[in-house]
Design a protein around this ligand. Structure first.
Ligand code: SF4
Ligand code: SF4
Length: 410
């Protein structure tokens, strides 16, 4: 059954989308359908309008006001409708369609541009996304939690350096829902002698949930706050365990505001560097069969595939196995692009599929590099009735880098 979308649709008369990227995609798409099979949103909602091909066809129909030859012959009137809004938001922004599209269409940018257009014209975002935007506006985080508690995860035994080597950016999920992940990240880096601090109350949402759902105005406010605070701290580097934050800060900030003045690293990259420089001793074994899930924002979107794998392979005792769908062909966990907040059950179903992929390898542990993926995959494991353990890379390193006597406790 189709979900009822409760957004007030604009009364504007639609004419051509005056967006160069959209126009280019409309002419590029060959309607071949190669993109359909890899689309997890379509696997959950098997309508043609949800497929990447169907979305483009739908956009084209609206762009021509339903005045192409077929529509005219059938007397069919095409207009902005609840179904169109629903189809545009039934997308995790995973980028899998872009990998297989042989017309080389920049599909992720296309979906985001369409959502931005919908936001500006009053047809988006969905109610759940509006709630997130209100939270970010009022409390600077997507959960509406107190900004004063933003850095409550910081480990009490680690000093916050006045002039740090690296700023640790925890992100909203890390700060308020999955605190053990940034706590582990900072603890691991401190064992390599890295002097760190965080932005504390001044850490704003990185703006990823806003950008992905079309709210570019508020994104600017977030980027401004983060850049201003970070650049005043004198650090050379910025490190984060969240893949969504990494993609946004490292590549989106510079597109619509300014880049941060630091070198931006995902935790997996920073740790690999520290291990290679012999600054981070791997003191303990981790005896388990392990597989790795590529977060879309770290893998397909940012091209970081090797660092997490290289780190895992350096750990004694790890038996590393790949899933069939890995690296650029990785199955999305289902959490991204505002999909989880709007279509929670469907997002958990996708995560359950990913758990089955992991189980097929015989692995006992599914490792990933993003608190939002850990959260969704853990819910997916529950739904799939699986005993596989989902862990962030930082949690494994917390055990492996511990002084020998503390390892078993951690
Ligand atoms: S980005 Fe992912 S979810 Fe969205 S249309 Fe493409 S394959 Fe489907
Ligand atoms: S693979 Fe590319 S060209 Fe083919 S239908 Fe999908 S978006 Fe269009």
């Amino acid at each position: 059954m189709k979900a009822k979308i409760s957004v007030e649709l604009p009364k504007v008369k639609l004419s051509k989308f005056n967006l160069p990227r959209v126009q280019k995609a409309l002419t590029q798409c060959l309607q071949c359908g190669y993109c359909i099979e890899v689309c997890e949103a379509h696997n959950q909602t098997p309508w043609e309008s949800v497929t990447p091909r169907g979305k483009i066809y739908y956009i084209k129909a609206i762009d021509t006001n339903g005045m192409d030859i077929v529509d005219t012959a059938l007397g069919r009137k095409i207009e902005l409708s609840d179904d169109f809004v629903d189809a545009m938001y039934k997308c995790t922004g995973c980028g899998n369609c872009e990998v297989v599209c042989h017309a080389h269409i920049s599909l992720v940018d296309l979906w985001e541009e369409m959502r931005e257009w919908m936001f500006k014209n009053g047809a988006g975002p969905l109610p759940a996304h509006k709630g997130i935007a209100v939270n970010v506006k009022n409390k600077h985080n997507s959960f509406g939690e107190s900004p004063a508690k933003r850095d409550a995860w910081w480990p009490a035994d680690i000093e916050r350096a006045a002039v740090p080597d690296a700023i640790f950016f925890a992100g909203c999920t890390g700060s308020y829902r999955m605190q053990h992940i940034p706590t582990a990240g900072v603890t691991v880096l401190s064992r390599a002698g890295v002097k760190m601090n965080c932005l504390g109350e001044k850490e704003y949402c990185c703006s990823s949930p806003l950008l992905r759902t079309g709210n570019s105005n508020l994104s600017l406010e977030c980027a401004e706050a983060v850049v201003e605070k970070a650049d005043g701290m004198g650090a050379k580097d910025m490190v984060m365990t969240c893949s969504g934050c990494y993609k946004t800060v490292s590549s989106d900030f510079g597109k619509y505001y300014a880049k941060v003045g630091q070198n931006v690293y995902h935790f997996s990259q920073y740790v690999e560097k520290l291990i290679n420089e012999r600054k981070l001793p791997l003191n303990n074994e981790f005896n388990a069969k392990v597989t790795y899930h590529d977060p879309c924002h770290l893998g397909r979107h940012s091209g970081v595939y090797d660092a997490p794998r290289n780190v895992l392979k350096k750990i004694k005792g790890v038996e590393f196995v790949e899933m069939e769908k890995s690296r650029e062909n990785s199955r999305c966990c289902g959490a991204g692009g505002g999909y989880k907040s709007a279509f929670g059950d469907l997002a958990t179903n996708i995560a359950a599929e990913r758990i089955r992929d992991a189980e097929a390898t015989g692995a006992e542990i599914l490792v990933t590099c993003c608190p939002f993926c850990v959260l969704n995959l853990t819910q997916g494991a529950k739904k799939a009735g699986s005993n596989i353990k989902v862990m962030d890379l930082s949690q494994i390193l917390l055990q492996v880098t511990a002084p020998k006597e503390a390892a078993s406790k951690e």
